[in-house]
Design a protein around this ligand. Structure first.
Ligand code: FAD
Ligand code: NAI
Length: 469
């Protein structure tokens, strides 16, 4: 007979839930982690971060082989695409990593349960498994049920012609024309994948700019780069109707501010207009767990809901919907349950869009600093003056930008457009975690030649004068 008593029951085995479960077990708790998906890893590993990055890398290699090798003197002959192999590789990567989490569960003695969980009554969770209903008891319950795509009214998702990111990660054929609704993270990453593989891509965005959450100058640079790659943008535009036919989809669009109706005929439409917290069937009402007006579960600084012993983390609570934010919250939540102190600096959570070039940011944008009335200095260094970028022949149209407090030189934010920006931003995130100044970074010895030397030069630019421009 299975033991149904645990110190902690975690609902959801995404990056928030599985990390929390493992950390709690390391801290000595008996833990069960439930997920209805059948494979651990949540949205991130199964249909999010990992499969999208696998396809971004494969499509980047395809585009590189077509357009970038000849200049290095590498002759390839005719390049062709084997989409089945590309998608198969992506699926194999996902399979390997999700199995890796089940291995980590075993290693840490976390009981992995496959089934749908429902808050049943105080301290009890019912789980609908293939072998019937199991009732688990625990003093502490952690909700980590994640999010799901928002949907536009009038668009019927069939995951074939009108798709969410899940369908866009598994198309069987490169569409002749893909329309992406929403110029945010998913829209731009998926637009990049399918454009590189040969689709005509049109991105329809409601606002008059792409990536509204991003530093304006950085977004502009990315926008120009993506346009150069052939991606078409219809900004300030909204979709009012989508009609599917045998051949594809006819979209009716109008200017966001009102005006004449236009149409776009395409083969596939990707809807990527944001995500909402997922709590369907969770039984929050059975315990009276409070949610805000947008459906996010409300928590205090210990991630505890209004119901004692019920906690929540990750996409299902307010804040950026990012895997690493969910992981940090999961770790800190269980550490606090175990009596440790914990804290997350939400101003210091990096964000990366894995387009080419990548864009990465941490801390505040120039617009936010202006709005807050903070006097700041800008230090900027272009990758075109960075010897590693030049010698590698990678796109060097981007830059590292560092924003510092004018009075104290403390770093307040950083925004990077360029190759491997997502890796480079870690240096700035660490610097901000330790409240470093631009001078601290400028005086740190950086290996030569590396892309990170652009960080040192941007810091020099913010604090004094750069050497190489
Ligand atoms: P999730 O990962 O969504 O996991 C929740 C789990 O709970 C799911 O597996 C679900 O099956 C399970 N569940 C829900 N209800 C129940 C129930 N009642 N009973 C049992 N199980 C239940 N973020 C990044 O930081 N970097 C990226 O590169 C990135 N790329 C992304 C690409 C795409 C296409 C998408 C869609 C998202 C991406 N994200 C990325 C966002 C990232 O996936 C999420 O922020 C992250 O997965 C949130 O983690 P979570 O643990 O809160 O929830
Ligand atoms: P998003 O919030 O990043 O972008 C949505 C975009 O759609 C915005 O530009 C918004 O203005 C636009 N929009 C909203 N309504 C619209 C409408 N009716 N018509 C046209 N445009 C409209 O959301 P997205 O791309 O769906 O991604 C969801 C979340 O998943 C992200 O916010 C992010 O947290 C996470 N994610 C993270 C990734 C990463 O870290 N690299 C990659 C993919 C997703």
């Amino acid at each position: 007979m299975a033991d149904n008593q645990f110190d902690l029951v975690v609902i959801g085995a995404g990056p928030g839930g599985y990390v929390a479960a493992i950390r709690a077990a390391q801290l000595g708790m008996s833990v069960a982690c439930i997920d209805k998906r059948g494979a651990a890893g949540g949205t991130c590993l199964n249909v999010g971060c990992i499969p999208s990055k696998a396809l971004l890398k494969s499509s980047e290699k395809f585009a590189e082989a077509q357009n970038e090798l000849a200049v290095h003197g590498v002759e390839t002959g005719e390049i062709s695409l084997d989409l089945k192999t590309m998608i198969g590789r992506k699926d194999a990567v996902v399979d390997g990593l999700t199995k890796g989490i089940s291995f980590l569960f075993k290693k840490n003695k976390v009981e992995e349960i496959i089934g749908e969980a429902c808050l049943f009554e105080a301290g009890k969770v019912s789980v609908n498994t293939d072998n019937g209903v199991r009732i688990l008891e625990a003093n502490k319950i952690l909700i980590a049920t994640g999010s799901e795509p928002l949907s536009l009214s009038g668009l019927n998702i069939d995951e074939k012609k009108i798709v969410t990111s899940t369908g866009a990660l598994s198309l069987l054929k490169v569409p002749d024309h893909l329309v992406v609704i929403g110029a945010g993270y998913i829209g731009l990453e998926m637009a990049s994948v399918w454009s590189r593989l040969g689709a005509k891509v049109t991105v329809v965005e409601f606002l008059d700019r792409i990536t509204p959450m991003m530093d304006h100058e950085t977004a502009e640079t990315l926008h120009k780069n993506l346009q150069k790659q052939g991606i078409e943008f219809r900004l300030g535009t909204k979709v009012v109707e989508a009609k599917t036919s045998k051949n594809g989809v006819c979209l009716k669009i109008i200017p966001a501010s009102g005006g004449e109706v236009d149409t776009i005929d395409c083969n596939v439409v990707l809807q990527a207009i944001g995500r909402r917290p997922y709590t369907d069937g969770l039984g929050l009402e059975n315990l009276g767990v409070l949610q805000d007006e947008r459906g996010f579960i409300s928590v205090d600084e210990k991630f505890e809901t209004n119901v004692r012993g019920v906690f929540a983390i990750g996409d299902v609570i307010p804040g950026p919907m990012l895997a690493h934010k969910a992981e940090e919250e999961g770790t800190v939540a269980v550490e606090m349950m175990a009596g440790h102190s914990g804290h997350i600096d939400y101003n210091n959570i990096p964000a990366v869009i894995y387009t080419s070039p990548e864009v990465a940011s941490v801390g505040r944008t120039e617009e936010q600093l202006k709005e807050a009335g903070i006097s700041y200095c800008v230090g900027k260094f272009p990758f075109s003056a960075n010897s590693r970028a030049r010698s590698s022949g990678i796109d060097s149209s981007g830059f590292v930008k560092i924003l510092t407090d004018k009075a104290t030189d403390t770093i307040l934010g950083s925004h990077i457009v360029g190759h491997d920006a997502g890796t480079i931003i870690a240096e700035l995130t660490l610097a901000m975690e330790f409240s470093a100044s631009a001078e601290d970074l400028a005086r740190t010895c950086h290996a030569h030649p590396t892309l990170n030397e652009a960080v040192k030069e941007a810091a020099l630019a913010a604090w004094g004068k750069p050497i190489h421009v």
